[in-house]
Design a protein around this ligand. Sequence first.
Ligand code: ZN
Length: 407
Amino acid sequence: MDTAKLPAVVVQAERVYQPGLHPGGVVVSFGGQVAFVGSREQMEAAGIREALKSDVFAVEVLEAENCVVTPGLIDGHVHLIGGGGEGGPQTRTPEVNLTQLTKAGITTVVGLLGVDTITRCVESLLAKARALETEGITTYIYTGGYELPTRTITGSVRSDLVLIDKIVGVGEIAIADHRSAQPETRELARVAAEARVGGLIGDKPGLVHLHLGRGGEGLARVMEIVDTTDLPPAQFYPTHVNRSEELFSAALEFHRRGGSIDLTAGVSPDLGEEGAVEPSVALARVLQAEGSLKGITLTSDGNGSLPSFDAQGNLTGMIVGPVDLLVKELRQAVLQKGLPMEEIISAVTENSARVLNIYPRKGTVQPGCDADFVVLTADLEVRHVVAKGRVLVKDGRPLVAGTFERT
Ligand code: ZN
């Protein structure tokens, strides 16, 4: 993308919501970066309104009366090339399209493989991530999948992290699940050591993104590794931790020891996960107990399969995970449960950016950061989406479609 051809984008909303809340609701981006955030008066005083009248460059004004601005949403767990397959080949879920993500306010996404690492591979995932990046959003991926030893592109997790820009870690490695490789504690520690060193050399977070299933062991072995090795808790990034009350409590203990934890919007009683802690309830409980959501993220698990199994392990049903769950959870938490927007938003913006080592370039709306932001209506519906300074969604309709999507 030639940033010189990008218009200046101007939004005059009521308020910008982000952790450490900014006064005023005016955001101006230029050349793919945020150039100004503040009040209308500050905008006048800085001479920005005058400057924008110049006919040297194009200016796009997005109507935003009664709206609010948030940083572009970061979804750290999406099955970009599909997932599933536990019910045979006909249950493999299809690839995601650009506009499914952008209409949901997502401007940064991390793709990953799940249970099927035989008919799907990290190379295809990398190509898909590159495609979406070209089409307009920012993308990263994990190498590997559920199993251990893990499949990679270059032969090791360490070299994948060092050599392939988009790779930020390994995962989702399944534990406590009947579909996991039933890894030994030592194998788990070894892959974490690979991720740690690969991350250090490659200047990446080197995350070990762990899929937690319904198995009784929960996070016990992760705690054991943290207690008995030199690996720091921050190396591990467990997800689906709201799957049960018991697992959620263990995850909060892990979080208290310094690890980040990921709640899954797709793991909810509403979507058939019996016994799960509703994501907005989990967020409310953390906020009440700790006063902030630092180290807590929320991702969708979008575009994977959401299979259900009976007590004998028989598949009883399956749906494709929706990708618009982050904004739905925002509505649930803020409008239904009355939780403060400036705190809740951190779980899908700043906190994810910090875990991924891309803060403050992403996850916030400040001068100098990437121009990724979302304009939401008073009902918290996605109205406009700007990613890397380009308007991708305007008035709820995609302006930019994926290569093979119909506009
Ligand atoms: Zn998973």
